[in-house]
Ligand binder design. Structure first.
Ligand code: FES
Length: 123
């Protein structure tokens, strides 16, 4: 399988890896078919994602897409961050092999879940 240099870079040097202490929102998703799981924790300040970390147990594409997602989401308003789609993530990574496109869904879904969790807590 051929991955772009950018995918390999994010896989080998993942950004924002780990878990935030006392996060404002948590998003956890899993792919029942491949068994990969992903957890995203966020901190929110002034309606913006001030910090974000991820833990992914999964394939090269799953790790690279979550790493890319954290870079895209950091500093964005919650409304902007909610609009980050799997297509945007794949584009930023200079493409993903078609068979691996579904992996980027996990990252976008986990972030949306973390944002939803935040809104649930502040209501
Ligand atoms: Fe499971 Fe990539 S193969 S997320």
């Amino acid at each position: 399988m051929v991955y772009s240099d950018k995918v390999m870079d994010h896989f080998k040097n993942p950004r924002n890896m780990g878990e935030l202490e006392n996060p404002d929102g948590i998003g956890e998703v899993g792919n029942p078919i491949c068994g990969d799981v992903m957890k995203i924790t966020i901190k929110v300040k002034d309606n913006k994602i001030s910090d974000i970390k991820f833990k992914t147990f999964g394939c090269i594409a799953a790790i690279a897409t979550t790493s890319m997602l954290t870079e895209l989401a950091k500093g964005k308003t919650l409304e902007e961050a909610e609009k980050i789609t799997n297509q945007i993530i794949a584009q930023e990574l200079k493409g993903l092999p078609a068979i691996k496109l579904h992996c980027s869904n996990l990252a976008a879904d986990a972030l949306r879940m973390a944002i939803k969790d935040y809104f649930k807590k502040v209501k």
